[in-house]
Ligand binder design. Structure first.
Ligand SMILES: Cc1cc2nc3c(=O)[nH]c(=O)nc-3n(C[C@H](O)[C@H](O)[C@H](O)COP(=O)(O)OP(=O)(O)OC[C@H]3O[C@@H](n4cnc5c(N)ncnc54)[C@H](O)[C@@H]3O)c2cc1C
Ligand code: FES
Length: 258
């Protein structure tokens, strides 16, 4: 057991998306085990108490937001663990450990471009809510599912926001060009990114080319979440193996191989 491991109760399970379609996009709200001081970009490992030996490891999720009473995660059902998490009900008990990892930088009064791809939008809700000068933030969100499947509108109400809908693989060159241009235009500010690997690679290359300060949040399959199992290693800028859970998940764009 790690130090910040707690048993908490489920408060709400909410499916996002069009009202007349089944949804795989879930907002899971739990009792807050005292994590309001978390840094956006940090994550937690979740393991419902009733999971038997069949699913021995917890699953990692970005902390999407928290307040004094509750902590919320946003996930998509992709496999056995997330399918079971989506079936939780209020009052069910979940073991959570965290907040884990480092989190994104917060630069007061500095233009900050948030680039989110798909589920990579999750940590930015809390980031926007906690930022001391949200008027300096802008989010660009690339997504495949319907926009109602994501907590995007809430963010759009708080900061300047634009979305790019990928409706077919033919849209990809346009999206890559748009993201590269967004990074290039971020001179003098910072870029924070979370999303799938090809999305992060595009941002990393553009940031290197135009010498933009950028941070990337990486996803790896994780088992322990605390640096012990070595299941999540990647190479840093000095070609050293590092655990994404302990050294990341957020890395400077010029300090990681992805
Ligand atoms: C630091 C961190 C933060 C994350 N935050 C979120 C989040 O906020 N919302 C969200 O929806 N997901 C997030 N993920 C991904 C999430 O952990 C996986 O989707 C989840 O563990 C899959 O569990 P499963 O049992 O349903 O899938 P499994 O049955 O274990 O696998 C189903 C499929 O998902 C792939 N997969 C499993 N784990 C990962 C992973 N970590 N990254 C990429 N692919 C994976 C598998 O290779 C397989 O193809 C995060 C991952 C990390 C490491
Ligand atoms: S998940 Fe075990 S070392 Fe990172």
């Amino acid at each position: 057991m790690v130090r910040n491991c707690r048993e908490v109760k489920v408060r709400e399970v909410r499916f996002l998306g069009a009202w007349d379609e089944p949804s795989d996009f879930v907002e899971l709200t739990l009792d807050n085990p005292g994590w309001d001081g978390y840094r956006p970009g940090q994550f937690a490992m979740l393991r419902p108490k009733h999971w038997g030996l069949e699913l021995s490891w917890g699953r990692p999720f970005s902390i999407s937001r928290s307040d004094a009473d509750s902590v919320t995660f946003f996930f998509q059902v992709v496999g056995r663990g997330t399918a079971r998490l989506a079936r939780l009900a209020p009052g069910d008990e979940v073991i959570i450990w965290g907040p884990l990892g480092n989190g994104f930088s917060v630069a007061d009064q500095t233009p900050t471009l948030l680039l989110a791809g798909g589920m990579g939008i999750a940590p930015f809700r809390g980031y926007i809510e906690k930022h001391p000068t949200p008027e300096f933030l802008r989010i660009v969100f690339a997504h495949r599912a319907s926009i109602d499947s994501y907590p995007y509108q809430l963010m759009k109400d708080m900061v300047r926001a634009e979305s790019i809908h990928e409706t077919s693989p033919d849209d990809l060159p346009m999206i890559i060009e748009r993201i590269e241009n967004e990074v290039r235009g971020a001179q003098g500010g910072i870029v924070l990114a979370c999303g799938p690997l090809p999305f992060l690679k595009t941002i990393q290359q553009a940031a290197r080319l135009h010498q933009i300060r950028a941070e990337l949040s990486l996803e790896r399959t994780m088992a322990c979440g605390v640096g012990a199992c070595l299941g999540c290693v990647c190479k840093d800028g000095h070609d050293k193996h590092v655990q994404v859970c302990a050294r990341g998940p957020v890395f400077k764009a010029d300090d990681v191989h992805i």
